[in-house]
Design a binder for this molecule. Sequence first.
Ligand code: DX5
Ligand code: ZN
Length: 224
Amino acid sequence: MAASDFGALRIAPSILSADFGDLGSAIGLISSQVEWLHVDVMDGHFVPNITIGPPVVKSLRQHSDLFFDCHLMISEPWRYLEDFKKAGADSCTFHVEVGRTAETIQLARDLGMRVGLSLNPDKSFALVEPFLSQIDVLLVMSVFPGFGGQSFIPEVLETVEKARAVVVRDGLNLDIEIDGGIDVTTAPLAVKAGANVLVAGNAIFGKSDPAAALRDLQATVASL
Ligand code: DX5
Ligand code: ZN
């Protein structure tokens, strides 16, 4: 899918809380309501959990035209970017904590992907600030990555505010995405701080009616 406009306020459902035995159906439940799908990739090394890799992304691509926003919670993203691209990823976000940041951004660019940089809740904004003009998405983690259904860490709103201030000051084309513990209570806090892409897993796929839960979340942020 083509890259969409920067700065649009959107919910990106995370399939982490969906039924991994029937992901195609899970995506079908919400696909008419969104443009982005957040795909959580975990390697059991950078985070203490293992999820999916390029083969699953490739299969999901057969079921969906959504923008695949792949969040690589892995130690060596540079080894796998090409595989994700070939599998159908539109964007790959990797973590600043793993190092080789400038080089990995360039690699993603050379592959023609949108590129995102993420930081964990305990990390300083100063770590990502030098790269903001080179990336498309800043993904601020509002939980420690690894599992869905955790509680939102409000202290990260300060990072979101700092990032939004730089975007406004420098006129950057940058999406500010927040990930972890987003629901109808926390989403307004994130938007007010300056986030425009809200990842939500448990608040959508953890509910008996994911489409209705997504509509509630969208209505909540649209009414701000
Ligand atoms: C956490 C993942 C998140 C996760 C969010 O490690 O990166 O994308 O799916 O899930 P919730 O919305 O349940 O906190
Ligand atoms: Zn994620």
